[in-house]
Design a protein around this ligand. Sequence first.
Ligand code: BYC
Length: 325
Amino acid sequence: MYAQMVQSEATQDDPEKLAAFQARIDAGEKIEPKDWMPEGYRKTLIRQIGQHAHSEIVGQLPEGNWITRAPTLERKAILLAKVQDEAGHGLYLYCAAETMGVSRDELTEMLLDGRMKYSSIFNYPTLNWADIGAVGWLVDGAAIMNQVPLQRTSFGPYSRAMIRICKEESFHARQGFDAIRKMAEGTPAQKKMAQDAVNRLWFPALMMFGPSDKDSVHSAQSMAWKIKINTNDELRQKFVDQTVPQIEFLGLDLPDPTIKWNEERGHYDYSDPDWSEFFEVIKGNGPCNVDRLAARNKAWDDGAWVRDGLLAHAKKKAARQHAAE
Ligand code: BYC
């Protein structure tokens, strides 16, 4: 049932109820879990919040890989805290999705068997320490650009989760910028590593905002429902405008030679990522898709005894309480 739920917004709802619902959205009201909502609204939120939760969880893998190899104790403590925060973000988001009537186990199963997606960015490898700085700065920076407007999303539990998440994401982006700045100001070899990380992660970071507006299937309906506040291209442009001066501040070369300030538009011109690569990555054919899903499947299987034990304990406790009543 939920497999179908994450596929399409198209449903048949009572036109009067639909109109009243849209009026609430247009008036800026928050929709809460027990309120009436179109099935398409519910499906879209389960798809988006679920995908977002999975991204937070899978996003721990490329960074977690570097905890044991952080260059100093301070960097290790910071990275450890960041990776733990991502787990917490996943949990807030799974809880928000659960209010829509889908369980966390169902969502997890859909991730594990490939029916649900997670952000394309996490299918790229983190090859060295400079990549960890670049991930914090560019990837969390892109995530913040997307997530700050989502604090105003129309669904109450999602909006409230985003408020907490955004506070922590700001710290994540700052620690990433600080790590990459240290490398950019370091030895020629360190500066070269920083440049290489920016060159490799720039276009994958741009892909995080989704396909261009002309190819985005869900944007129009999601914006009408105020699930999304901005289009994919609007946010991508904001990210470019914010990040180019930061690259220049670091004394690094721009990763895309076509980047140029456009006086007339008041924005930087830039090149789009290779969209055929993006669509391959989200189909499962990126550099790390197989490894990421294998790691999540292994973690799920290895944790089965813990879940079984907890469930057995809860059942026993409930039976004891029942007998005492
Ligand atoms: N990766 O019609 P569209 C983070 C899919 S950061 C994979 O524009 P929509 C973190 C899309 O799902 C990342 N798939 O879709 C940071 C749809 O396919 P389905 C998490 C993508 O939903 C640091 C199809 O392409 N953030 O967690 O209107 C450390 C057509 O796209 C991507 C969020 O998830 C992509 N990049 O807009 C740790 C933010 N882009 O579902 C963790 C919330 C598109 O029909 N999500 N697709 O099969 C959103 O804002 C929106 O879902 C998107 C896409 C902007 C991503």
